[in-house]
Write a protein that binds this ligand. Structure first.
Ligand code: GTR
Length: 397
């Protein structure tokens, strides 16, 4: 017995050491966050100050997008040969008559290779068209977007959104790139095979963001939808994709990034919670190959996530955390949001965000830059959605 115990002890000691060596030991101690320096959001790569929105739009913003394409998410292919759609199912009496359901197969073709995105869309019946829409990038089970509504889930509370007068839509990430280390190639990447070999080729997160833009292409053809008011929503890995989609595609009117953490809304230079090595090791299929250069090397990153958030300005942006989800670094997320708000100020939007993160369940929505830290676990909940709806309604006023 004694021998077994010392053997077990030795085994665990080796295991812990191995994990630490891989950089998998997450830091959760604020006092142990090493000092870091962030790239200045308001200085161009040639060190010129950015003092107005003209320089921001002409020089700095395009520079930032290029930095993220090259180092993090990869290139996003812009061209395709054809986009068509088929309404597979329509029910004008969905949700007890409150909404019209449309199940739409959106087909995109490039080099004779087709890809289908299956969209579930509910449009409120009492509203005069066209209506703004919340579009969820669904990274969880398809049961969360049940068109029959036999299954309901707070991850996509479609009835709540319809009752508030908005349309609500969702597609599943697996239509674009299965969330799997090898199967991710079986989707959009078949249409753009050059992306597979390039060091700055997009992978799964880029593919999901690309998919959100194709759904927006569809919304531009659907008269029930106000395509100038499409709000992209994502949770966690989906929240990384919602940010990238909104940053790259300026047609998105608003962005919601829920508990998106590392390589989402949280700062990477700040070593707290998940790290770049950890994310690149466990999810090697999410980001461009180039991103692996920054494993245990955050200091070398020529960017940080506050710059991605800023690329969405002046369009409204709302980020969240959950109090028990330290892995996603709530403080690092709030700091990132606050730093990004400097760019909103170039547009005359005074965010006036307090220096310290707000208390739990105390949403900030006094300007186009919103934030809350919800009580509880890593998840997308009715509480989060009710704040998204409130924020959107304020912003559209
Ligand atoms: C975790 C991952 C996070 C986040 C999360 C999720 O395992 O480390 O970055 O994406 O998954 O998507 O729920």
């Amino acid at each position: 017995m004694k021998q077994f115990r010392s053997f077990a002890f030795l085994f665990f000691a080796i295991l812990i050491k191995a994990q630490a060596q891989n950089g998998f030991q997450a830091n959760y101690d604020e006092a142990k966050v090493p000092a870091y320096t962030l790239p200045d959001i308001l200085k161009t790569t040639t060190n010129q100050p950015v003092q107005n929105k003209k320089t921001w739009e002409k020089v700095r913003r395009p520079e930032i997008i290029r930095l993220f394409e090259e180092n993090v998410y990869g290139q996003t292919p812009k061209s395709y040969d054809r986009l068509t759609y088929t309404v597979k199912n329509e029910n004008a009496q969905a949700m007890g008559g409150k909404a019209t359901l449309k199940e739409v197969a959106i087909e995109v073709v490039k080099n004779n290779k087709p890809l289908t995105i299956n969209l579930v869309l509910f449009v409120p019946n009492q509203k005069k068209s066209p209506v703004p829409v919340f579009l969820l990038i669904n990274n969880r089970g398809k049961d969360n977007m049940d068109p029959t509504r036999a299954q309901k889930s707070d991850f996509w509370p479609a009835e709540m959104v319809i009752d508030s007068g908005y349309a609500v839509a969702a597609f599943h990430v697996s239509d674009l790139a299965p969330d799997d280390t090898t199967k991710y190639v079986n989707g959009v990447l078949q249409l753009y095979p050059e992306q597979l070999t390039a060091n700055d080729g997009m992978k799964a997160i880029g593919a999901w963001a690309w998919g959100a833009s194709r759904v927006l292409d569809y919304f531009e053809k659907d008269k029930a939808i106000d395509a100038k008011k499409v709000m992209v929503v994502g949770h966690s890995r989906g929240g990384k994709a919602s940010l990238w989609a909104a940053a790259e595609d300026q047609r998105f009117a608003m962005c919601f990034t829920n508990c998106s953490g590392n390589t989402g809304a949280a700062l990477s230079h700040r070593r707290f919670g998940e790290t770049i090595r950890r994310i690149n090791t466990v999810f090697p299929h999410w980001f461009a190959k180039n991103y692996k250069k920054y494993n245990d090397n955050e200091a070398a990153l020529p960017l940080d996530q506050h710059m991605l958030l800023a690329a969405i300005a002046p369009r409204p942006l709302y980020a969240t955390n959950a109090s028990k989800d330290l892995w996603a670094d709530p403080t690092g997320t709030y700091l990132s949001v606050k730093l990004a708000s400097k760019v909103y100020e170039l547009y005359g939007i005074k965010a006036n965000l307090p220096a310290n993160p707000p208390g739990i369940n105390q949403p900030i929505m006094t300007s186009s830059v919103g934030y809350h830290n919800r009580e509880g676990e890593h998840n997308l909940t009715a509480y989060d959605w009710s704040n998204f709806i409130k924020f959107a309604t304020d912003q559209f006023k």
